[in-house]
Ligand binder design. Sequence first.
Ligand code: SF4
Length: 710
Amino acid sequence: AAEVPDKRVDSVCPFCGVGCALTWQVRDDRIVAVEGRDGPANRGRLCVKGRYGFDYPRHPQRLTVPLIRRDDAPKDADASTDPAVARQWFREATWEEAMARAGGTLRRLRDARGPRALAGFGSAKGSNEEAYLFQKLVRAGFGSNNVDHCTRLCHASSVAALLEGIGSGAVSNPVTDVAQADVIVVIGANPVVNHPVAATWIKNAARRGAKLVIIDPRRSELARHATHHLAFRPGSDVALLNAMMHVIVDEGLVNAPFIADRTSGYEALAAKVRAFSPEAMAPVTGIDAETVRTVARLYAISPAAMILWGMGVSQHVHGTDNARCLISLALMTGQIGRPGTGLHPLRGQNNVQGASDAGLIPMMFPDYHRVDDAAARAQVAQAWGMPVERLDAQPGLTVVEILAAIDREEIRGMFIMGENPAMSDPDAQHARHALARLEMLVVQDIFLTETAALADVVLPASAFAEKDGTFTNTDRLVQRGRRALSLPGQARQDLWCIVELARWFDLDWSSYGATPLDCEAAAAAVFDEMRTLMPSIVGASWARLDREGGVTYPVAREDEPGHPIVFVDRFPTADGRGRFVPADVLPPDEQPDDAYPLVLITGRQLEHWHTGSMTRRAAVLDALEPEPVALLHPAELARHGLLPGGLLTLQSRRGEVSLYARADEGMPTGTVFVAFCWYEAAVNRLTNPALDPVARIPELKYCAVRLRAG
Ligand code: SF4
């Protein structure tokens, strides 16, 4: 029987970027049920993760006491990262001893080796306030810009292209705007799995009569609702999108007044796509010319057309070029700045938009002011009350670059809060070797993750439902998350941990008022400080968010309603114009060959979230999907003599994993898909760390593998 709650707490879902509003039902300091709330992004809807992924904070493996690595413990990337095994390598410590070991050693390394010998990974699972304070610690305390987070592994390329093309890395229209669209293009995304409630809005729109175009090598469930599915060859995105633009230019379907009034660089773009006729590109993309022409016309001439995209676009060595093409499509047709139009890169983690906005990236301060801009540094130094010379003028290293710098012994100490690079980084075994080489690795988390298992000091932190804060969803909607549970054992608030570590770098942040067990006052104080540096959220005060639940930025005044649709009459670029940036075809870095004949595509699956640290410890979700699986077309299974459920081993040039076969008729032959949530079959041991040259995002969506049964 359902348990009767003793309190109900309104908050938001801790998982994906849709940002569903929910209410936790709490009894005896446990969440016992979840209801969807009438929030702008979900209107009461929840997916299986939001509804059933609530009990992980009380999992028996929860960290409840600070840990210090034993002197006789192996620090070995090849050793097991199973929490039950790894726990024996640590001894319990007091907070005083753990902080002294962590802060004292990081300080010593900075003093001996210089500010750039330290680095930090924050987390898009944390609040805006945690992201802001974390990057402030790295910049003002460690003294460099070596700070990044998982945005580097998801939409860094989209953001680079959007900033370059239209001056803002955020979405132009909310997902729910598909209700106003006549044509919806979903490219390189599987929202039914990764943004399930967003997918329901798209399905509703298709039922209403909107034309749905899916552009993806895989046939996902959403393709059942599509008018067109372009199952192009993996990696041929630029060829396909340039071919669409060729048709629009060639047939005179461009929006000439929009191009003249609001853009620059069109002539160079038009000249570039001239060589990309659909007929010439058909052998490259696998899509016949007539289909390309039909879809290009549909997009160009419809009254309102919207593009949504995901990691299938961004996680390539040509990820920035892919996004440049999508931006050019919208600009040449004027499909932006109105209801039902625009560009929407679907954000992954629940706060990846907010963490990036808050400056948790190596090249930008909060609100995307460049660290190599002297005026921006002066403003930040004044706000933080520090000499401007102490702010590093050089952009820092990105996620994958930081791990390479450890190899070169340039980085010797790291602070990682809530990220799990031992699972999420490409060529994960290399990442584990790098982390194991650090002189000091401090990990702040709620479980002994695969990354924490390599740490020197582990700080037990707060789970989502144990803290107050703000979170920014994929729509630029800033919402209040609220505390529902107490902290277990000696676990502490993340904000308090950051403030305590800052003391070791002579930063007195006592004025925030952070306490070990409660963070609402501190979060409100940090958010107030953020608003002084972030014009985009000035009108979203803590009191207003508390009262209204959420506000969509940009919002300049408290009496302004917020702006779900932007770029209505100008782009936030220096001249107010959108800029066309032509793109060339750049093939994937690693091609299949006789030795490694299959293409591996990685991603997520419905029941588990990212590296699985939370959802695999949620009882219902774990029961639904308990074991690692690889998805292959039935013909591919038959070719390898495999039956569904059979054990198989995948190998790349970097490693191997074993998992179970699952038949999926939506998979193209010659490819295999694996989610990156399985610690016992960590698929990023296989993936290629080759980087997009602009955004430094790795090619997680394409590498060559071979398969054997057993
Ligand atoms: Fe949570 Fe995303 Fe599911 Fe909504 S769609 S309930 S935000 S995981």
